[in-house]
Design a protein. Structure first.
Length: 408
């Protein structure tokens, strides 16, 4: 990987923040976007700005062709068998809400159980809470180990004949924990349950094959993988999507509308009501091309090297508490706190040095409670980051500690 060449593809990295060179360590919230992806989105508006699936004119055909090519790129990228299994949504949150509503209505009955974890993003807890309320079902939480990991024994311990759905993240957006989804899928299926996976923090950073993992549903967002905001993907096994009812109705997803009832068109458009995110889907396709040119295994290896270096350097800073497992069991992010300094103050101090980190509860309040804190800071890494960025972070942490320990 030619990191300097990669960095040159991101014009935003030449920007100054508070007079300092930008050091962007907030990819887990939103990745930066390379020029080629921005250009591809602009190309749609400049050259073939038209709706898809409807017009027979040239611009409409070009838009449709490029939109569906993007779907095929997604299918190949995650190893799905059929293009019908790739549904474009507004993002991971929209995908998980769709699944909770539609699959919940299909399979959950009174007294059933939905298995989740305390490390889930709110988007993979709240929709299931609503299903449980609506259906008079129960949420069951998989125990988390002291180091922030989940074992197969813990998963098995909460499964029962009442378990209908297991909803779990592939990579924790707080702890960085990489869960063994392939094993968890096997356990879920052995108990007759479906598995729904939040892949927002995994797909951008490692090679994912949904067939090999044998997941029933898998959701992720473009804006965390060098793509645009406002679009995501829901993968679902075709035989399950066929059985499920859409959750939005209107143009494009209709087969025929009678006065009193309607029928739905085929997958995947059945779940894509209205004008879709055309430019965004095409730009997502360009982001996938960019990632595949680098190679997902190369990306994963590079990030593992970065996070190991960051973990070691940050562990040397007195007063820093790091949450989650050791660096060999986590993805490219580190969540931490500094003694005596609120995470928001810490993030503000770092921002004055041009260093962008996240601070807050990270949409994971149950996990914050499990950790015994209200909020944390988080540094997350990607292909445009370097060890020099981490060195700058360490210097920023040392300066922040010195400032807040000074007695005025």
């Amino acid at each position: 990987m030619d990191i300097q060449k990669i960095r040159s593809d991101f014009d935003i990295l030449t920007e100054k923040v508070n007079g300092k060179a930008l050091n962007y360590l907030d990819t887990s919230a939103t990745s930066l976007t390379p020029n080629v992806v921005v250009d591809k989105q602009v190309e749609y508006y400049k050259k073939y700005n038209a709706n898809v699936h409807r017009g027979v004119h040239t611009l409409g055909s070009l838009a449709t062709d490029n939109y569906e090519k993007a779907r095929m790129k997604v299918r190949k990228f995650i190893g799905a068998k059929r293009f019908e299994e790739i549904v474009f949504t507004r993002g991971t949150t929209a995908s998980l809400n769709m699944i909770a509503r539609s699959l919940g209505d299909l399979v959950i009955e009174e007294g059933d159980e939905i298995v989740v974890t305390e490390m889930e993003h709110h988007a993979n807890i709240v929709p299931w809470q609503e299903v449980a309320k609506r259906k008079n079902a129960k949420l069951v939480f998989i125990p988390i180990e002291e180091d922030g990991t989940i074992t197969s024994e813990s998963v098995k311990s909460v499964m029962s004949e009442k378990t209908k759905i297991v909803a779990i993240t592939h990579v924790s957006n707080v702890l960085g924990t990489i869960n063994d989804i392939k094993t968890f899928s096997q356990i879920a299926h052995e108990h007759g349950a479906y598995i729904v996976v939040d892949g927002a923090q995994s797909v951008p950073h490692m090679k994912v094959n949904v067939v090999d993992l044998d997941v029933d549903f898998y959701a992720f967002s473009a804006h965390k993988m060098l793509g645009p905001t406002g679009i995501g993907v829901l993968y679902g096994k075709a035989e399950l999507l066929d059985q499920m009812e859409p959750t939005e109705y209107g143009g494009d997803m209709i087969d025929y509308v009678y006065k009193e009832t309607s029928t739905w068109t085929d997958l995947p458009v059945k779940f894509e009501a209205g004008t879709p995110m055309i430019a965004e889907a095409i730009a997502l396709g360009a982001a996938i091309d960019y990632l595949e040119d680098i190679g997902m295994d190369n990306i994963h290896d590079y990030e593992q090297d970065l996070v190991a270096y960051a973990y070691e350097r940050m562990s040397e800073v007195e007063g820093i508490e790091i949450y989650g497992p050791s660096s060999d069991k986590r993805a490219g992010l580190i969540t931490f706190n500094m003694d005596g300094v609120h995470p928001h103050d810490l993030a503000t101090a770092l921002d004055s040095e041009g260093i962008a980190v996240r601070a807050g509860h990270h949409c994971a309040q149950p996990l914050m409670k499990w950790l015994g804190t209200n909020s944390t800071a988080r540094a997350s890494f990607y292909i445009y980051n370097t060890k020099e960025d981490i060195d700058s972070l360490i210097k920023g942490l040392e300066r922040t500690k010195e400032f807040f320990s000074y007695e005025f």
